[in-house]
Design a protein around this ligand. Structure first.
Ligand SMILES: [Zn+2]
Length: 502
């Protein structure tokens, strides 16, 4: 069965076909870095991690972009309150976001563009929209997108322009607004003294100012896929359901009006909300939880992943103490099994082996579940069924054959929900280094940077192997081994790192 994904654009399950297979361009709206991202944000990022891992396990080459919004209304307000520049405000939160990502074992994106580093492409986009007559300069000096001048407006969020109470005559200059308030939205905001004070103003042909939030994603995505693949359309765009309107509607409008293409992304995927103990997470109720809170409480990353993946990404999830406790127990059980399974070694196994049936079932059920719009709950159920059968076979002293390992490795690698006694870092098959630029030969001292360092070298090694540059691959293996990382190749070309120091 081919992979099917629920496309918000059509409100239907659709077979997934990339524009230029095996390449898949994936854009995910990332965090607004004025604060620590909370566990609700990370539910969306874990849904994206599942999508990314499954696409790669299915043999596709994903180029994954996640933006960092480092200039918007909220950031400017927070910087002004603290009396610092926006860069001073966002720097530590960007570092914290990467730490939380690594803790949750989320595979790093290939590019993390920061809005403030892409002002030039943003100015080009606004210039283009002005030239095409879909944008105009208001008497306040800001540049707006005229939604009445783009007949497709409302297509993604199913907003009927004819029903707009306010009409398309008004305009809105804030980054966030509701459907009831759909009006011409701001692309470029004329600089105010408060913006200048915090370093949030840039020169542009249409006046000094700063980008609107919606503009940022369009410009960064188009710039990155354009320069890398000469492409104007993304394969997949992801975000939380709260971003469908206005953020994604506005991204779609600006991008299509600019490129002349009928779509900005072929597939739009949205993850549902996380509720804490039945109420939607919000600061007002004091129920904001961040990954660092959970980490300080000693919660294993595998447990958080298991908890998230036991609910389908398009269903709301309630985070309760009981659910978390059950997930911790589950992740530990899976980890104990993983260690035991590994110690059991590998035996021969024909079709009549008692391992054959449970192994075949795990592989088939897991693939079918994930191909069905990333049905992780069903995938998790298949894993637990297998573990029950496999533990019984191990009790009987029966050594697992290669087929059992292949099936388990696939499920383990895609979900990463087993908490092992021994730390591990998974390296994906994609031979794209998550960061650009050279990597030092010497391993850094602190453990987070050390793991990152090893991950990057392992990606380079995968690239070398793909290019059949075996001397380079061997040299990298030695470098990793010398630094206490054991590297294990998997049949599908991916590799796993085991940190002997952890
Ligand atoms: Zn976005």
């Amino acid at each position: 069965m081919p992979l099917r994904l629920y496309n918000t654009l059509s409100r239907q399950l659709e077979p997934f076909t990339p524009i230029a297979p095996p390449r898949v361009t994936l854009y995910s709206c990332g965090p607004t870095v004025y604060n620590y991202a909370h566990i609700g944000n990370f539910r969306t990022f874990l849904f994206v991690d599942l999508l990314r891992r499954w696409l790669e396990a299915s043999g596709l080459d994903v180029f994954h972009i996640m933006n960092l919004t480092d200039v918007d209304d909220k950031i400017i307000k927070a910087a002004a309150e603290k009396g610092v520049s926006i860069t001073q405000l966002t720097g530590p939160f960007i570092a914290a976001f990467f730490e939380d990502r690594d803790y949750l074992r989320i595979v790093p994106a290939h590019a993390y563009p920061r809005a403030t580093a892409f002002i030039e492409p943003m100015i080009r986009l606004v210039t283009g929209l002005l030239a095409k007559g879909v944008a105009y300069q208001g008497d306040d000096g800001s540049v707006y997108f005229g939604i009445a001048r783009f007949p497709e407006y409302g297509r993604l969020s199913r907003l009927d322009l004819r029903e707009l109470k306010t009409g398309a005559s008004g305009r809105v200059s804030t980054d966030e607004y509701t459907k009831d308030n759909a009006q011409d939205f701001v692309l470029w905001k004329a600089a105010r003294p408060e913006d200048e004070k915090v370093g949030a103003a840039w020169d542009a042909p249409f006046g000094r100012g700063r980008p609107g939030w919606h503009l940022e994603c369009s410009a960064m995505a188009l710039q990155l896929i354009g320069s890398r693949y000469q492409s104007k359309v993304l394969d997949i765009h992801t975000g939380g359901v709260d971003l469908i309107f206005p953020h994604h509607e506005d991204e779609l409008a600006q991008s299509c009006a600019f490129t002349g293409e009928t779509s900005f992304a072929r597939y739009w995927l949205h993850g549902e909300f996380l509720n804490i103990r039945g109420s939607k997470m919000s600061k007002r109720f004091g129920n904001i939880t961040t990954p660092r809170d959970l980490r300080e409480d000693g919660v294993e990353a595998a447990a958080i992943r298991l908890l998230m993946y036991q609910t389908h990404y398009r269903q709301q999830l309630d985070l309760t103490d009981d659910a978390l406790a059950a997930a911790r127990e589950g992740a530990r059980r899976l980890g104990e099994f993983a260690d035991r399974f590994e110690r059991a070694g590998q035996g021969k196994g024909g079709a009549d082996s008692p391992w054959a049936e449970p192994s075949r079932r795990l592989e088939e059920e897991f693939r079918a579940a994930l191909d069905d719009d990333l049905n992780a709950p069903k995938g998790v159920a298949a894993i637990f069924d297998f573990v029950r059968d496999a533990n019984r076979l191990l009790d009987e002293g029966l050594t697992p054959p290669a087929a059992a390992r292949t099936a388990w490795d696939l499920a383990d690698r895609v979900l990463a929900v087993a908490h092992r006694a021994q730390a591990r870092v998974e390296i994906t098959a994609t031979a794209v280094d998550p960061d650009d630029g050279p990597i030092a030969e010497a391993a850094p001292a602190d453990s987070q940077s050390r793991v990152r360092w090893a991950t990057r070298w392992a990606s380079r090694r995968s690239a070398a192997k793909r290019a059949r540059d075996f001397p380079a691959a061997d040299r990298i293996r030695k470098l990793l081994t010398d630094n206490y990382f054991e590297i294990r190749d998997r049949r599908d070309g991916s590799a796993e790192l085991v940190d002997r120091r952890a």
